[in-house]
Every structure is written in C-alpha cells, then in structure tokens.
Design a protein around this ligand. Structure first.
Ligand SMILES: [Zn+2]
Ligand SMILES: [Zn+2]
Ligand SMILES: [Zn+2]
Length: 279
C-alpha cells in the first residue's frame, strides 16, 4: 500500500491498485495550482481517503474534474473525477512511501513556462499522449524584461505583481517543499517586499505556518488552492509556476538535493547544493 499526506498531516490517503502511468504535466492549470513549472502525476485505479476528509477543499478546474487541497496547509491532494472512469491522478510529491514507477513523458509540453527548459530525454507531447502531437512549439522567452511581472491563481480571484529585478530564483528539493507543493521541487522567485504588491484578492489568501519550523509555511488561494506568494519581513517568496509573465532570470541552482525525490532526475546544468545555498 502506498500512502500520501499533506504537509500538516491532517489529510492522509492511500492508493489502491497498480500505478498505471507517471507524467510531468506542464499545463497552465497545474503550474498555478502547484506553483511549480510542472507537476508530476501518477494515474491510479483508486484513492482511499484515510483521515481529514472534512478538511479537503475542492475546486472544479474542468467539468466534473476537481482539484483537491488541504484547507489547513494548502498541500495539493489527489484529483477526483466524477466521470465513470475510475482513474485518479495523484501528485507524486505528496507520497510518503517509495514507488516503483518512473516518469514516462512530458505532457502539455507546448504549454510549458517560457522560462523553463525541459532538459531530459523523455518523450514530449502536446496533449496527453503521442496522439495529440503535431510538433511542440513551446512559448519562446520574451527578450525584453517587462517592467512588472504578474501572477495570479487559477480561479482568478487573486492577482499580484512585482516591479524591478528579482533577487534570485531557486529550485528547492527539501521534503517540506515537495510535500506542500506535491511536486518534484519548489521553484521560487525572491523579491524585496517594497517591489511587491497585491493587485486583488489578498483577503482570499490563506497563510499556513508549519508549527515545527522557524519560518517554513505556505500561502494559497482559499477558493482554488493555487500556490501564492509568501510575504515575509525581509523578502517575498513567489512560486514561479504561478507567474503570468516571464521573470527574466535563470535559477541560481538546486538546493537541498540530498532530500531530492528518488523518482526525479535533475537533468539540467544548474549548480546543485546538497543542503541550503552557500552563504
Ligand atoms: Zn494539511
Ligand atoms: Zn496539468
Ligand atoms: Zn484562486
């Protein structure tokens, strides 16, 4: 039995049956919900909620298809479909037991974020499979840096932006980031607080602070669960996957790779740090 959990531990679940498929999805909905450049989903026969059923929030992102998240900590949970198919899609980052399956392809690759380049050799599809392919044409990077970079949630109730240069971008593989984003790793842009502003819906943002941690937390939209910026006294941490504009910078590297998901291979050339970034 393979179990999964949200970061705060209120919602737990287990997977029934075979793991049927595993794909990296680059669609804009996954990017906003997870706040990451891609989400990694496993197709399974069934998911059994073990605890915390009353704390699961659902957002209908497509007809009869619900994105689920913990209303306490915002962790992305397995998706539910009301269709007759008994297939569930489970975000791999939330699983706590080892799995015997590896990612097989990139799907919706033509929707990939302009700033993210897919570096591995897995097959890339425009839709769900090779049937949808007619040449991948990923959005190209805007050359000039726009003067404000905006982001928003999937339901559209919350929007924000920052002006000027961000400080840096980083990919984080720590266990907490993986669990709360339910993804291979977090991808954050760090900006100074005075450069950041909420455009609308700030009151919709739920802020969760992990009790055991000095600083670690998560912010998310109350309605759709999309990953949201965290405004801290000295910096704002913005989930890059939820941005609507190209942030115009490259990641400085991968941090906490000692905690990396065993199913994820880092294929790009960015520097890797086993723990936190060097001072
Ligand atoms: Zn939770
Ligand atoms: Zn997707
Ligand atoms: Zn929302």
């Amino acid at each position: 039995m393979i179990r999964g959990s949200c970061l705060c531990g209120v919602v737990t679940y287990e997977i029934h049956g075979q793991l049927q498929s595993m794909t990296h999805c680059h669609c804009s909905m996954c990017r906003k919900i997870h706040g990451t450049p891609f989400a990694t989903y496993i197709g399974v026969k069934g998911v059994h909620w073990l605890t915390g059923q009353n704390n699961i929030s659902r957002y209908e992102s497509s007809k009869n298809f619900h994105r689920c998240f913990c209303d306490q900590c915002g962790s992305v949970l397995p998706e539910e479909s009301e269709d007759a198919t008994d297939c569930f899609f489970v975000p791999a980052g939330g699983l706590i037991d080892p799995i015997q399956i590896r990612p097989q392809s990139h799907i919706f690759a033509s929707s990939a974020a302009s700033w993210y380049h897919i570096a591995d050799d897995l097959p890339r599809h425009n839709g769900y499979s090779a049937d949808d392919d007619s040449g991948i044409d990923q959005a190209s990077r805007a050359g000039a840096h726009v003067n404000a970079v905006g982001g928003s949630c999937l339901c559209g109730e919350v929007a924000y932006r920052y002006r000027g240069e961000p400080n840096f971008m980083m990919y984080c593989h720590c266990t907490r980031c993986r669990q709360v984003k339910s993804a291979a790793h977090a991808s954050n842009v760090f900006v100074d607080p005075e450069k950041f502003e909420w455009v609308k819906g700030e009151q919709q943002v739920v802020r969760y602070k992990l009790p055991a941690a000095e600083r670690f937390g998560n912010s998310f939209c109350k309605t759709c669960g999309s990953s949201m910026p965290r405004v801290l006294p000295t910096m704002v941490v913005i989930p890059a996957g939820a941005l609507d504009d190209d942030p115009g910078i490259e990641p400085r590297g991968h941090i906490y790779t000692a905690s990396k998901a065993e199913w994820f291979d880092i294929a790009d050339e960015y520097p890797q740090f086993a723990e936190g970034p060097p001072a």
